[in-house]
Design a protein around this ligand. Structure first.
Ligand code: SAH
Ligand code: SF4
Length: 465
């Protein structure tokens, strides 16, 4: 089911935006806003909407926090460390406010959606004026209006998660775009706070997703990344009432004429079907990259994580993907030190990483999150021990990555140039999402062909041909 917010609600927000614009015009000579984003690509995409709404409300974009009249922190709650960084950053702007009482400070997103965290901001951060969770994101114009007219702090912890369409959007790049296709998650992995702060799964209408993808290609975007916590469980009805699943949606976007790469993340291994792999293998635009988080290579730990696959099943999917697409780059997330994990359990993760031969790995030490099932489990292994395990995994991965990169010497690769490199060289990414530094007459936001002339650890160096 597509749970879109009624059009009237979006129109109501546009009216609030107009009222805020009027207020700002009367009170100030051009107010500006700064949005700082923490966390995943989903948050980056949300921040593009926040910036779009701020623009509609009459704010210019401030280049720095110090020059902004409104500072918004769009936050991440996935690990304690991420959360601490936010508290640190928010704490640091207190002095700005003390120097200039006119500025306003807001905290939104995943942290703000949790009641106990919102309460902490209420109690301990009196200089924070505005707190709103992920479900209230589309109400920013209304919340700003309340803030400016009532002259008191505003807290919005809406409980209902819906899809807000037709929100103004200010993209941060003119050649790479985030395209959210679904929100929320129903998987309830036992360690994960995401379902608690993002709500249950909602898929956007296929017509809307396709129209947005076509617009992006027509506007010259070279890389489109479809976003969702678990894109493989995308499911929505089209105008004719037919169910569109993820492989079907991906194929429809891949059919768009143009020169672009199509990426997607994240894929849950349990739903990574043969159908999806076939669509990838036959795709014209689909990048040869699959982010397939394993989390662990131990069946007992996977079970307690509620990942609902075994390491054998995971390996079969990864091997099948590589069989169909020999050039495929497979990457993964791994959690080290889940409650009750022993070194023997962890060795199975090392073994899996060796067997899959990932291009790269994102590794995290387990972090207990309030409200999740794993947070109640006994966790006797000391942190220092977990750090050692993490280092062992990182060392293994560095070796595997370097071996794979070394085999690419003298090959030519298509690269999307993304940076003119302060280091005198250009830099870009391959289809497999690997970084390449190169010389030549490139242009940011354009594809070029690069011959790999050197490899240092897992970084490519080359020359444009
Ligand atoms: N929906 C995606 C991403 C979720 S969050 C997925 O399922 O893959 C990104 C990553 O953060 C996860 O893949 C996991 O590896 C890590 N993560 C989530 N909760 C965590 C926790 N409590 N402690 C440590 N790492 C965590
Ligand atoms: Fe969290 Fe699991 Fe959902 Fe990913 S699939 S967001 S790890 S609950």
């Amino acid at each position: 089911m597509i749970a879109e917010l009624p059009k009237e609600e979006i129109l109501r927000q546009r009216e609030f935006a107009a009222m805020v614009r009027e207020l700002l015009a009367v009170r100030t000579q051009g107010a500006s806003a700064f949005v700082q984003t923490f966390g995943c690509q989903g948050n980056e995409a949300d921040s593009e909407r926040l910036r779009g709404m701020l623009e509609l409300c009459g704010f210019a974009r401030a280049e720095t926090m110090e020059t902004a009249d409104l500072i918004l922190f769009n936050t991440c709650a996935v690990r304690e460390h991420a959360q601490d960084r936010v508290f640190g950053n928010v704490g640091a702007v207190k002095s700005l406010k003390e120097r200039n009482r006119k500025i306003h400070i807001g905290v939104c997103g995943c942290m703000a959606q949790q009641k106990h965290v919102a309460e902490k901001f209420r109690q301990n951060y009196p200089f924070v004026d505005l707190v709103f969770g992920t479900h209230a994101l589309h109400r920013l114009p209304e919340l700003l209006y309340q803030l400016y007219t009532a002259q008191k702090r505003v807290f919005a912890l809406d409980e209902t998660a819906a899809i807000a369409e037709d929100i103004p959007l200010r993209r941060s790049s003119d050649f790479r775009a985030w395209l959210p296709i679904m929100y929320g998650c129903n998987n309830f992995c036992s360690y994960c706070v995401v379902p608690l702060v993002r709500g249950s799964e909602r898929s956007r209408s296929p017509a809307r997703v396709l129209a947005e993808a076509k617009e992006l290609v027509a506007a010259g975007y070279k890389e489109i990344t479809l976003l969702g916590q678990n894109v493989n469980s995308y499911r929505a009805a089209d105008a004719a009432g037919e169910t569109v699943d993820f492989p079907k949606l991906l194929r429809a976007i891949d059919d768009i004429e143009g020169d672009f790469w199509l990426r997607f993340m994240t894929s849950h291994p349990k739903d990574c079907s043969e159908d999806l792999l076939q669509v990838m293998a036959r795709g014209k635009h689909i990048a040869m990259h699959l982010h397939l988080p394993a989390q662990s290579g131990d069946d007992g730990i996977l079970k307690r994580m509620n990942r609902v696959y075994t390491s054998g099943e995971y390996l079969r999917v990864a091997n099948r993907a590589k069989e169909l697409m020999p050039a495929l780059s497979v990457t993964s997330d791994i959690i080290v030190g889940f409650p009750g994990e022993s070194y023997d359990n962890f060795k199975n993760t090392l073994r899996l990483a060796e067997q899959v031969r990932y291009t790269s790995l994102f590794t995290f030490i387990y972090s207990p999150r309030e409200g999740t099932r794993a947070a109640a489990l006994p966790d006797p292994v000391p942190h220092a021990e977990k750090v050692k395990w993490l280092q062992e995994l990182t060392a293994l991965q560095e070796r595997v990555s370097a071996e794979q990169c070394d085999a690419m010497r003298n090959r030519t690769l298509r690269v999307l140039c993304e940076d003119d490199g302060k280091k005198m060289r250009w830099s870009g990414r391959t289809q497999g999402n690997q970084i390449v530094e190169f010389d030549g007459a490139a242009q940011i936001g354009h594809f070029c062909v690069v011959k790999i002339t050197n490899v240092i650890k897992s970084r490519f160096y080359g020359e444009m041909i």
